[in-house]
Design a protein around this ligand. Structure first.
Ligand code: ASP
Ligand code: MG
Length: 417
């Protein structure tokens, strides 16, 4: 079981969490619980580091920011004990959870679960602070922001758990953002790959890395709400959204929609370079300096050559990297040989995602037609096996998501809504 920051924010909420944990134990489970810091706490700690030393040493940053989870793990153990349960905390360095030495964004390497399993078998609830580990040099590490999800999946894999229940402030994964589309539906199941695509295009329910790890280790993950009453359906009845493999999903033989979800991402910016020479190697000169500076390019389009053997190239980069991108391209202007650089950060990437499109034609054309009918202009397109993305004007984001949600027949029927 994993509880996020809003679920752990304060004594009352921790008591609610302890109740949910106690009920799972009473239902016959041995339980390990992974917790986040209280909501807002990690941001507060990061700020202290910045104030102390703007060029902070990441190893000391980890010592500071890992403390938020130390507090909540101890408090949850205390609260469970107050309810008469046996419980103890296991800090990252005590287990230990071994990571590499990439401070502030460490990766979990291995994890010795023997002591943990023995204590759980003896009826003790194990409470583990998320987000933290131990480097080869015996120093505290953290796993990157949102890393408690990854801790939870790693613990579940190490103890061979039946399920990893991730309790959060939403009751599952939806076909799209319910704040944009009131008729968005909660999905009972999504596959790991769909979840990865939905997470990487802006549906921030889980840390992306936790989903990759779950896929690799075959951990069945459920996303569900911790804001529930005592008579809410038990977690074992799967009230949330299950994230599972393609095979498990096929075995369920449910009626599948062609498209599983629609995501919107406003974190990219578009750059166009005009009149680049249409010859081998020209495009490489554009992207080499960006790659060398760790700037991730996402969508790319190159137009057909015009009469003078010249072409325009358009691509997207994270908004946060736009200034650096412009500077790098300007620096390399002679080498690349472009005429003008035009950029636009008022764009949004809209993606339709679903494993169903592997075996169905016409997904992209439905998308283009639906957008065209509303006069929404498409500025760039990219696709993968289970995703079609388009770049549009940022102001049209909400309209596009609504139109597509209806076009793919995802709207909840009135009686079900
Ligand atoms: N507390 C950490 C963060 O805010 C880790 C987590 O909550 O997942 O990023
Ligand atoms: Mg989180």
């Amino acid at each position: 079981m994993k509880f996020g920051g809003t679920s752990m924010a304060g004594t009352e909420r921790i008591r609610r969490v302890a109740n949910i944990v106690r009920r799972q134990q009473a239902a016959g489970h041995e339980v390990a619980v992974v917790v986040s810091a209280m909501a807002g706490e990690t941001d507060r700690l990061v700020n202290f580091c910045r104030e102390a030393n703007p060029l902070y040493d990441p190893a000391e940053y980890d010592v500071v920011v890992a403390s938020g989870e130390q507090v909540t793990s101890g408090l949850l153990a205390l609260t469970l004990q107050a309810m008469g349960c046996k419980a103890r905390s296991w800090l990252g360095w005590q287990l230990p959870i071994h990571t590499d030495d990439a401070h502030a964004k460490a990766r979990i390497e291995d994890f010795d679960s023997e002591a943990l399993l023995a204590s759980m078998a003896a009826g003790e609830i194990a409470v583990i602070p998320g987000f933290q580990g131990l480097s080869p040099a015996n120093r505290v590490t953290t796993l990157g922001r949102g890393g408690s999800d990854t801790s939870a999946v790693a613990v579940a894999a190490a103890i061979n758990a039946d399920r990893c229940d991730i309790y959060t402030d939403v009751d599952g994964v939806y076909t799209t953002d319910p704040r944009i589309v009131a008729k968005a539906r909660k999905l009972s199941h999504v596959t790991y790959e769909e979840m990865l695509e939905l997470a990487s295009v802006g549906s921030k329910v889980l840390q992306t890395r936790s989903v990759s790890l779950a896929m690799k280790e075959k951990v069945r993950v459920q996303v569900l709400s911790s804001f529930i009453d005592d008579d809410a359906p038990a977690a074992d009845t799967l009230p949330g959204t299950m994230i599972v493999s393609d095979e498990e999903l096929e075995g369920l033989d449910m009626e599948r929609q062609l498209i599983t979800g629609i995501a919107a991402d406003k974190n990219e910016a578009k750059v166009t370079l005009t009149r680049i020479a249409d010859r081998p190697g020209a495009v490489a000169t554009v992207f080499e300096p960006l790659a060398a500076n760790n700037i991730n390019v996402d969508m790319i389009i190159q137009n057909v050559a015009k009469d003078k053997g010249e072409t325009d190239v358009t691509f997207t980069v994270p908004k946060a990297d736009l200034l650096r991108t412009q500077a790098l391209l300007e620096e390399n202007k002679d080498k690349i040989g472009f005429f003008r650089m035009i950029s636009d950060d008022k764009v949004a990437k809209i993606s339709v995602v679903g494993v169903g499109m592997r075996s169905h034609a016409g997904v992209a054309s439905t998308m283009f037609k639906a957008l065209a009918d509303r006069g929404i202009n498409i500025q760039a397109i990219s696709t993968s096996e289970i995703k079609v993305s388009v770049l549009i004007d940022e102001d049209e984001t909400e309209l596009a998501v609504r139109v597509l949600h209806t076009a793919y027949d995802l709207d909840a029927k009135d009686d079900a809504a």
